[in-house]
Design a protein around this ligand. Structure first.
Ligand SMILES: [Ca+2]
Ligand SMILES: [Ca+2]
Length: 391
């Protein structure tokens, strides 16, 4: 058992953080006079990229080298279901996003997006069938999307109309994001058989929105709002509210329309500004929307993991749900790089730690999935910094 002393100042009387243990790895952290348990529900992973809570009450996990697995967070039983042989893992590319069919397990389909090599790095969206023990019968929905070592997007969500949304990066070619003949720098929308929906904004095209650089976070709220996070260059990481046919500016506009050339572009084109930006960048990755009552400080907030700054961010929204009110930072460098998160129906939050992705400094046991349980924050939020937003 490891003990750390954390020296930052916490402006609350009592802070109780319980990271419930399901494995032998645990550590206790002193915050002022308060001892805190930290635990992991899975350890020894290799760059977990997508973690999602399934209706089977298991956490479904992709790892970038090509592994898909299923974890019971209550006892840490962890079963590997599939290794995709032709995954091309290089720098940021590899097996990335995953989503389950909305009627899972009645309709036992699992959708994956990964990079492969065919005359260059490409990206493919594929459906598998879950047998109860393994994933079989790969069916390609879309392939040949240009990829790159970096900027491959690749979050997936499915909405209530059975439409699949896929983020793509600009694959290092910024101008592709404004090019409506390119699938790069976009959020795509398709039917679950891979066909183009007839109500997409660009007729005959998968494109739903454009002007994206490298969106690696995507979440659909229970009332149908679609939010994305997006990596900026050295400036202007963004969170956006995604609208049908929206142009989000890249590479002409970074963040808000606030320089002379950006204002000229924004006056000429219908351009949607972000909800919030960060300069310098934090490397914002997986996002989720917190609607539970369990951790009151996070209610109605977008939760955002980030890699470079190694924090969890919460953006609390106003009652209309479209304007950021408060931005708070949590767990600054507690665990290292954070790639993704998922939320259980009872409100526990699980964080995917990504210190083995080539840019981190892994400890023994990394990469991991950490559980932030119940009453942890109920009355005494553990935060690092907070700012009110006045825009
Ligand atoms: Ca933008
Ligand atoms: Ca700007």
């Amino acid at each position: 058992m490891k003990r750390h002393v954390v020296s930052f100042f916490i402006p609350s009387i009592l802070i109780l953080l319980l990271l419930n243990n399901c494995q032998s790895t645990s550590s206790q952290v002193m915050i002022g006079a308060v001892e805190i348990d930290t635990h992991s529900v899975a350890t020894g992973l290799d760059t977990p990229w997508e973690i999602l809570w399934g209706p089977d009450n298991h956490i479904w996990i992709t790892e970038r080298p090509g592994f898909v697995s299923r974890l019971n967070p209550e006892n840490s039983k962890h079963d590997y279901l599939l290794t995709i042989q032709d995954v091309h893992e290089e720098s940021e590319s590899g097996l990335l996003g995953m989503v389950l069919h909305p009627d899972f397990p009645g309709t036992p389909y699992v959708y994956l997006v990964y990079n492969y090599y065919s005359g260059g790095i490409r990206e493919r969206i594929v459906r598998y069938r879950y047998t109860g023990t393994v994933l079989v019968e790969p069916f390609v929905l879309l392939e040949g999307i240009p990829g790159a070592r970096n900027h491959n997007g690749s979050r997936l969500v499915i909405d209530g109309d059975y439409k699949l949304y896929v983020t793509t990066g600009d694959a290092g070619n910024g101008s592709s994001a404004q090019d409506l003949s390119s699938l790069n720098g976009k959020i795509l929308r398709m039917n679950l058989d891979g066909s183009v929906p007839d109500d997409n904004p660009v007729a005959g095209s998968y494109i739903w929105s454009w002007g994206h650089r490298n969106p690696q976070g995507l979440v659909l709220t229970s009332d149908g709002r679609l939010f994305s996070s997006e990596h900026g260059p050295n400036n202007d990481d963004e969170v956006n509210l995604i609208e049908k046919g929206g142009n989000y500016g890249w590479p002409e506009v970074h963040g808000f329309c606030d320089t002379p050339s950006e204002k000229a572009f924004c006056n000429s084109y219908d351009m949607i500004e972000p909800l919030y930006t960060w300069t310098p960048t934090l490397a914002v990755a997986g996002i989720d929307f917190y609607e539970s009552d369990m951790i009151s400080a996070w209610k109605n907030s977008i939760l955002i993991t980030n890699l470079k700054a190694s924090e969890l961010i919460s953006l609390s929204l106003d009652d209309g749900g479209q304007t950021v009110q408060t931005v708070s930072t949590w767990f600054d460098n507690w665990f290292g790089r954070l790639r993704d998160l998922c939320i259980s129906p009872d409100g526990r939050v699980f964080l995917a730690v990504s210190n083995r992705d080539g840019r981190g400094s892994p400890d023994a046991g990394d990469d991991r999935i950490v559980q932030i349980s119940a009453d942890v924050f109920a009355d005494n939020p553990l935060f690092i910094s907070k700012s009110q937003v006045n825009r």
